[in-house]
Design a protein around this ligand. Structure first.
Ligand code: JD8
Length: 248
């Protein structure tokens, strides 16, 4: 899969791709990420990428010309991306479902915003979709682009060593993850739950499923509406709801 990222901070993007699962996928040729410095597509002596907003007001706006030229270069040199994304607080939510959709695309480009955002015309001119990684304010789109590349890359076969762990990732299953423990069996006065030391695989599975449901009920109850729950899950959830409502 090919990714192209356009940014005024190419070193931020390269730093974010330099280690871990994504770095290894890149080395192994499973993903091809090209990072483009927006300033290389400027035409003036000062390499300006921003200008004052029409209508006045605070801050600066990203000029359209360098962004459109960068996209034209990507299309010539790397082929036309199937999806063009602009990271923006105004975008629709980037979710695991969106990551799955993008992982089926051969080529995705991401334009990173800065300042107050981009001249609105860029979006229609390059046929871009605006996406947001969450309801908090970032200083620019670079970290959002890294989040998207990370989430999408892990879904490409071979990128994560253990395919089973990708399938079991909490948002793939629709529930939060269960608690994890490793040795020693007692640490800081806290013991690992006995069932995990018991070797009873069916009991372990049931305990983990219940713990995942309990956490989801406590912290993200809205996830339960969309989660795929079997008969046993519903029984465990009823048990938990009864426990929490004060009886037993
Ligand atoms: C792109 C500029 C900063 C936005 C003034 C501070 C995504 N989930 C997300 N939160 N924030 C962003 C994001 C923020 C950005 C840009 C993405 C470009 N800023 C600006 C307008 C108001 N600030 C994001 N994805």
């Amino acid at each position: 899969m090919k990714f192209d990222i356009v940014t005024i901070f190419p070193r931020t993007i390269e730093a974010g791709l330099a280690e871990g699962v994504v770095a290894r996928a890149r080395e192994r040729g499973l993903i091809d990420v090209a990072v483009h410095d927006l300033r290389e597509f400027t035409a003036d002596r000062h390499r300006s990428v921003d200008d004052v907003p029409y209508g006045g007001g605070p801050g600066m706006v990203m000029k359209p010309e360098p962004l459109v030229r960068a996209v034209e270069r990507i299309r010539q040199a790397r082929g036309a991306p199937r999806v063009m994304l602009v990271t923006s607080p105004q975008g629709r939510a980037f979710t695991q479902a969106e990551a799955v959709r993008l992982s089926g695309m051969a080529h995705v480009a991401i334009l990173c915003g800065r300042y107050e955002g981009m001249d609105e015309r860029v979006l229609s001119l390059v046929d871009a979709e605006e996406v947001s990684i969450g309801d908090y304010v970032l200083s620019g789109g670079e970290l959002a682009a890294l989040v998207i590349v990370d989430a999408v890359s892990r879904l490409i076969p071979g990128v994560v060593g253990d395919e089973q762990s990708v399938e079991e990732d909490s948002f793939s299953r629709g529930l939060l993850d269960y608690p994890h423990y490793t040795r020693p069996a007692e640490f800081g006065g806290l013991r690992v739950p006995d069932v995990l030391l018991s070797g009873h695989h069916a009991e372990v599975r049931r305990w983990r499923r219940k713990a995942a449901l309990a956490r989801t009920l406590d912290r993200r109850p809205e996830l339960l509406d969309a989660a795929v729950l079997d008969e046993e899950d519903r029984a465990l959830l009823d048990e938990l709801r009864r426990e929490r409502s004060g009886r037993t």
